[in-house]
Design a protein around this ligand. Structure first.
Ligand code: ARG
Length: 457
C-alpha cells in the first residue's frame, strides 16, 4: 500500500512512525460509516460534474462489495498490505483503488480526511447513541418492574448513611428512575445537536468543486449541514457532550451499584442478587460477592477520566484540524461501550435481585420527624417541637426503647395525647406523608403508574 501523499516527498515514511501514527486498530470500527460517507461524497462529485455516471457506478459497486466484506469479516483492513494503512480512511480508499483502479483515485477530490473522519464518527454516533439510550431505558424498566413487584415493601432511607426516615422501596427505586430519565433527555438533546453533516468542509476552507452539501447531508440522513467549514473540522463538542452524557449516566449507575453492594451485605440485608449474577471467592467457600455492581462502580472512573481526556485534548488546540484529534476516538468508543455495557449488565442484575423488608437494628426512631410535625399541627412552633421530640428520643434511648415503645403517659407528657399509635411505626410514618412526590403509598402509586406509562411509550 502506498501513502495518500508522496509527490513532494523524497522517501517513504519511517516504519516506526508508520506504526506509531496508525489508528487503524481503533478506527477500523468506522469502516461501514466510511463507506456510506464515501458513497454520498461520490454522488456529490457526480452532481458537481467531476465523476461521470459510469465512474460513479463503478465506485458505488465497489463500495457495496466492500460493505459485504466488512459485514462478513473478510475485509482485509491492514493485514493484507505490506504496510499498515494510516487509518480506516486510507484502508478503504486503497481497497477501492484495488477494486476499481484509476476510477477509485477520483474519489478524494473535494474531500479531506478532516471532514471525512468527523462525518464517519458522527454517523457512528447516531447508532451508538440510540443503543446507549436503549440500554439506559432497560435499567429504568428494571427499576419500574422491581418497584411494581415490591410496591409495599418498607426500607430505611438514609442521610449521612444514618437511618433517617422509612420509605417504600418503590419510592427509592423510582428516585434512580428519575435520574436516568434526565440522562435520557440529555442524550437525546446531545444527539440532536450532533445531527449535522461536516462533509464538504474538505480540509478546512470548503472546496472549489461545487459540491451540494445540503444534498449530501440529506443523503446521509443528517438534519442539517455543519455550516462553518473551519468549525466543521475543528469541532469536537459533540464528542465531549456525548462522553459527558456517558459520564453522568455512569455516575448514576455507580450510585445504584453502590447501594446494591451495601444492601447485599449481611449488615444491611436489604437485597440479594441471584446466584447467577454473583461471584464466589477462590479462597473463602462461603462468599457471594456483588462483583457485578462493584465493576460498574469501578468502570465509572474510566468513563469520567475519558471526559477529562477530551477536555484536555481540545483546550490547547488552535483551529482547525490537528493530529492530536485522532486520540478522541479511543476515548469516545471506550466510554460508549463501557456505559452501554454497564447499563445492560446492571439492568439484568437488578431484574435478578430480591429485596427484603426493613429489619430492626435496635430501637426505632424513624417517625421522630412526623411526631414533631404532629406537634406543629397542634400549634407548637417547629423549633420547640424538634427539641421536645429530641428529649423524648433521649428518654427512650436511656431505657433502650424506640418510639413505638413510648408509654401513654409519655405521649401525654410530650403533648401527643390521643395520637394514633400507628404514627409511631415506620409504616405509619410513610402513610402520614401528605406532599406531592412523597413516599406516601398513593403518591408512590401515581409516580409508578406515570413511570410505567413513560417507559412503555
Ligand atoms: N486518523 C485521523 C484522525 O483520526 C484522520 C484524519 C487525518 N487527517 C490528516 N490530515 N492527517 O483524526
Amino acid at each position: 500500500m502506498t501513502d495518500l501523499w508522496g509527490g513532494r516527498f523524497t522517501e517513504g515514511m519511517d516504519e516506526t512512525l508508520r506504526r506509531f501514527s496508525s489508528s487503524l486498530h481503533v478506527d477500523c470500527r468506522l469502516a461501514k460509516e466510511d463507506l456510506i460517507g464515501s458513497r454520498a461524497h461520490a454522488r456529490a462529485l457526480m452532481g458537481a460534474g467531476i465523476l461521470d455516471q459510469d465512474s460513479f457506478a463503478a465506485i458505488d459497486d465497489a463500495i457495496s462489495t466492500i460493505i459485504e466484506q466488512v459485514d462478513d469479516g473478510s475485509f482485509p483492513y491492514g493485514v493484507a498490505w505490506e504496510e499498515i494503512p494510516e487509518d480506516i480512511h486510507s484502508a478503504v480508499e486503497a481497497r477501492l483503488v484495488e477494486l476499481c483502479g484509476e476510477t477509485g483515485r477520483r474519489l478524494h477530490a473535494g474531500r479531506s480526511r478532516n471532514d471525512q473522519v468527523v462525518t464517519d464518527v458522527m454517523l457512528w454516533l447516531k447508532t451508538a447513541s440510540v443503543e446507549l439510550e436503549a440500554a439506559v431505558r432497560s435499567v429504568q424498566e428494571a427499576l419500574v418492574s422491581k418497584a411494581e413487584e415490591y410496591q409495599s415493601l418498607v426500607i430505611p432511607a438514609y442521610t449521612h448513611l444514618q437511618r433517617a426516615q422509612p420509605v417504600l422501596l418503590a419510592h427509592h427505586l423510582l428516585a434512580h428512575y428519575e435520574a436516568l430519565k434526565r440522562d435520557v433527555t440529555r442524550l437525546v438533546d446531545a444527539r440532536n445537536r450532533a445531527d449535522r453533516c461536516p462533509l464538504g468542509a474538505a480540509a478546512l476552507a470548503g472546496s472549489s468543486i461545487p459540491l451540494d452539501r445540503e444534498a449530501t447531508a440529506r443523503q446521509l440522513v443528517f438534519s442539517r449541514v455543519a455550516i462553518n467549514s473551519m468549525d466543521a473540522v475543528a469541532d469536537r463538542d459533540w464528542a465531549i457532550e456525548f462522553v459527558g452524557c456517558c459520564a453522568l449516566i455512569m455516575t448514576h449507575l455507580s450510585r445504584l451499584a453502590e447501594e446494591l453492594v451495601l444492601w447485599s451485605s449481611q449488615e444491611f440485608g436489604l437485597a440479594k442478587i441471584a446466584d447467577r449474577w454473583t461471584t464466589g471467592s477462590s479462597a473463602m467457600p462461603h462468599k457471594r460477592n456483588p462483583d457485578v455492581a462493584e465493576l460498574v462502580r469501578g468502570k465509572a472512573s474510566r468513563v469520567h477520566s475519558g471526559l477529562q481526556t477530551l477536555h484536555s485534548l481540545l483546550k490547547g488546540l488552535p483551529l482547525t484540524y490537528n493530529r492530536d484529534l485522532q486520540e478522541d476516538k479511543e476515548v469516545l468508543f471506550d466510554a460508549t461501550d463501557t456505559t452501554t455495557d454497564c447499563a445492560r449488565v446492571l439492568a439484568s442484575a437488578l431484574e435478578q435481585t430480591a429485596f427484603f423488608e426493613l429489619r430492626s437494628v435496635g430501637p426505632d426512631f424513624s417517625s421522630a420527624m412526623d411526631l414533631a410535625e404532629e406537634l406543629v399541627r397542634r400549634g407548637v412552633p417547629f423549633r420547640r417541637a424538634h427539641e421536645s421530640i429530641g428529649n423524648l428520643v433521649r428518654n427512650c434511648e436511656n431505657s433502650c426503647r424506640g418510639l413505638p415503645d413510648v408509654t401513654d403517659e409519655e405521649l401525654i407528657e410530650f403533648g401527643l395525647e390521643g395520637i394514633d399509635r400507628a404514627l409511631l411505626t415506620p409504616i405509619g410514618s410513610i402513610r402520614a406523608k401528605k406532599t406531592l412526590g412523597s413516599t406516601a403509598p398513593d403518591q408512590v402509586a401515581s409516580q409508578l403508574a406515570a413511570a410505567r406509562l413513560e417507559i412503555s411509550e
